[in-house]
Design a protein around this ligand. Structure first.
Ligand code: TUI
Length: 307
């Protein structure tokens, strides 16, 4: 299967693993790359030294290309951007901001740049700034989200750009993959399905919640202060939404969420932790290896698309 994304990244299948903070570390990234997609190390809120270490560990686990995702709200984003250039990783993806100021440095280092965008305006800005591709991420996604749905965003971004577009948000099987291709995407990015991979270090309590989740089990917190985050409904979201409705300040709400993602991923606190997951969690029903997941998806998509 060949698209401009497989060519750009030198990979077998155009499947990018989402750069999930705390979740996407060397084991998951290497497993996805070994399976023919491209794995990412999710820098999240980590320091640059951690990211460098993770790059070295991933290189020990695979000879295949992999990348780094930088969450641009991280105060250490600049240092991480430099590590990515110095280490010469294959590709960098970015989220939650505009990576324009790092673009020249990355291009000079030969790093492919694929910003994650949630609007046509941002997508066009990224193409003008020299991006190699974009990920158009719909509001179905887990974590920090925009407002447009994948179904509406992807074809509009495809029409507005010349560079290839990767679809994200609500994709977890071969049908979603095939649908994304029909919308004009040349690859997909998936987070929620890989969250429950055998190679994912996510605490079992968290994985079980994703596997048990039904179609309407996610909530969006933080809409009132402009940082909407999709996560599974639990004690944390109930408390947050109650405070948010009562007009709590950003600082007050921050207190509640501080460290909550780590609490869910590392400690397995499924009540007070933030269980970030996309709306497609209802479709994700078992733990498998990344190779099994990718094999199944490509098999199903291949039949639908007559490859
Ligand atoms: O970044 C994501 N998803 C994320 S980041 C994250 S870490 C976090 N942890 C706790 C609380 C909040 C966040 C969890 N999930 N996805 C990519 C994405 N980027 N979605 C939306 C955007 C985006 C939004 C605005 C990209 C650019 C943008 O532009 C704003 C600007 O600066 O012009």
């Amino acid at each position: 299967m060949k698209t401009r994304i497989t060519e750009l990244l030198g990979i077998q299948y155009p499947i990018i693993q989402g750069g999930m903070a705390w979740v996407a570390e060397c084991h998951l990234a290497a497993a996805v790359s070994e399976a023919g997609g491209i794995g990412l190390i999710g820098a999240g809120g980590a320091p640059a030294s951690f990211v460098r270490e993770q790059i070295h560990k991933t290189r020990e686990l695979t000879d295949k290309p992999f990348g780094v995702n930088i969450m641009l709200m991280n105060p250490e984003a600049e240092g991480i951007a430099e590590v990515v250039a110095k280490e010469g990783v294959k590709v960098v993806t970015t989220g939650a901001g505009n990576p324009g100021k790092y673009m020249a440095m990355w291009k000079e280092a030969g790093v492919k740049v694929i910003p994650v965008v949630a609007s046509v305006a941002m997508a066009k800005m990224m193409e003008r700034a020299g991006a190699d591709a974009v990920v158009a991420e719909g509001t179905e996604s887990g974590g920090h989200i925009g407002s447009a749905t994948t179904m509406t965003l992807v074809p509009q971004v495809v029409d507005a750009l010349h560079i290839p577009v990767v679809a994200a948000g609500g994709i977890a099987d071969g049908r979603g993959f095939a649908a994304a291709m029909m919308l004009g995407a040349e690859g997909v990015q998936m987070g929620t399905r890989f969250l429950v991979a055998k190679e994912s270090i996510v605490h079992d309590n968290y994985k079980k919640k994703v596997i048990a989740a039904k179609d309407i089990d996610s909530e969006v917190t933080g809409l009132s202060h402009g940082h909407p985050v999709r996560q599974l409904r639990n004690g944390m979201t109930r408390e947050y939404l109650k405070l948010e409705k009562a007009g709590a300040s950003f600082e007050e709400l921050e207190q509640l969420t501080l460290g909550a993602l780590r609490k869910a991923v590392v400690e397995g606190d499924a009540v007070n932790g933030t269980l970030m997951a996309g709306q497609i969690a209802g479709l994700v029903d078992r733990e498998q290896t990344c190779a099994e997941m990718i094999g199944e998806i490509m098999d199903q998509a291949g039949k639908l698309l007559n490859w």
